[in-house]
Design a protein around this ligand. Structure first.
Ligand SMILES: [Zn+2]
Length: 317
């Protein structure tokens, strides 16, 4: 066995370790919410679909607006209460697409997607979890304006955390879609795949949605078998990550591969193959001779792969 490679200090996993206290008890308290909305210390993130509006600054940009500033930017589609940070409120405001387009032309703002903000470090890392919370919640509102039971238009209640149907009385709650993301491993090797939409040279974990009535472990085994034809045994949970593109929760796992032959599902993957630990370490370090890489450190895939390279997972003990 080769010596354990030194991959340097562990980077932070993006969108996790939120400092927001969600303060769910305030959501139904109209007086408390009005007080927070009128509090001069309250701040809001401004989102429009995939885009986030930032105030341009020399170093990292500033994603926080007062509620009055946010409302002046254009027609507000929705305002949701994210929670409290050190007793001050954080909201997320959704702007109309037309308003977002207009802001792109203004020099004092940077209007870009959350993926770019995270990967390029355009804001302080502390802002990523509430931005993920706000973007995912506002996306849910955008797609759930009508009751899925009777078709009537629904009303926003609980500061954005529920929609009620005035016609059939159904209550609708924001959804999170679980996705398993896994690294099949066997001894000194692991399987990585390439999706058709990946940039050239990037390889990553396999992933897929958990289906209704399915356990996480079963979803890992099914997706691995479907995508690369590998049969897996033991599955071990590693970590999770909110992934607001649009509303997923990535559930990171390692899986013990029980077969070697790879049969690629070409509809899902461009390529997949076995890699040994040394090659993967070079990819993590961005020192692979052919320029192959793993995903950026903001993504859980990087951390799943790195934990295996550093032999930190239960499965191998
Ligand atoms: Zn209804």
């Amino acid at each position: 066995m080769s010596p354990r490679p030194d991959l340097g200090p562990k980077p932070h996993l993006g969108y996790t370790a939120s400092r927001i206290e969600r303060a769910a008890e305030r959501r139904a308290d109209a007086a408390a919410l009005t007080a927070l909305e009128n509090d001069a210390r309250s701040r809001a993130y401004v989102v429009g679909g995939e885009m986030v509006v930032l105030k341009m600054a020399a170093d990292v940009h500033d994603p926080l607006f007062t509620l009055a500033q946010a409302r002046e930017l254009g027609r507000t589609a929705e305002v949701v209460f994210l929670g409290l940070i050190e007793s001050t409120a954080r909201f997320a405001v959704a702007l109309d697409p037309a308003a977002i387009e207009a802001l792109k032309t203004r020099d004092e703002f940077v209007v870009t997607d959350l993926r770019s903000i995270a990967v390029r470090g355009l804001v302080e890392a502390d802002h990523l979890p509430p931005l993920a919370e706000g973007k995912a919640l506002l996306h849910w509102h955008l797609r759930h304006r009508f009751c899925s039971n009777c078709g009537a238009a629904t009303n926003v209640v609980e500061a954005g955390w529920r929609r009620d149907c005035p016609s059939c009385r159904a209550q609708h709650f924001p959804r999170t879609d679980p996705v398993v993301i896994m690294l099949p491993v066997a001894g000194e090797s692991c399987v990585l795949g390439r999706s058709h939409r990946f940039q050239a040279g990037m390889w990553s974990c396999l992933a897929g949605f958990v289906e209704p009535g399915e356990a996480i472990e079963d979803a890992v085994r099914r997706e691995t078998r479907e995508e690369v034809g590998i049969v897996c045994g033991q599955v071990s949970y590693f970590a999770s990550q909110p992934w607001p593109f649009p509303t997923s929760l990535m559930i990171g796992c390692h899986a013990q591969a029980r077969s070697r032959e790879i049969v690629i599902d070409r509809a899902e993957l461009d390529d997949a193959r076995w890699f040994d630990r040394e090659e993967v370490a070079a990819m993590l370090l961005r020192r692979h001779p052919d320029g192959l890489t793993t995903p950026p450190t903001v993504a859980i895939a990087y951390h799943i792969i790195r934990a295996w390279v550093e032999e930190e997972i239960e499965l191998l003990r």
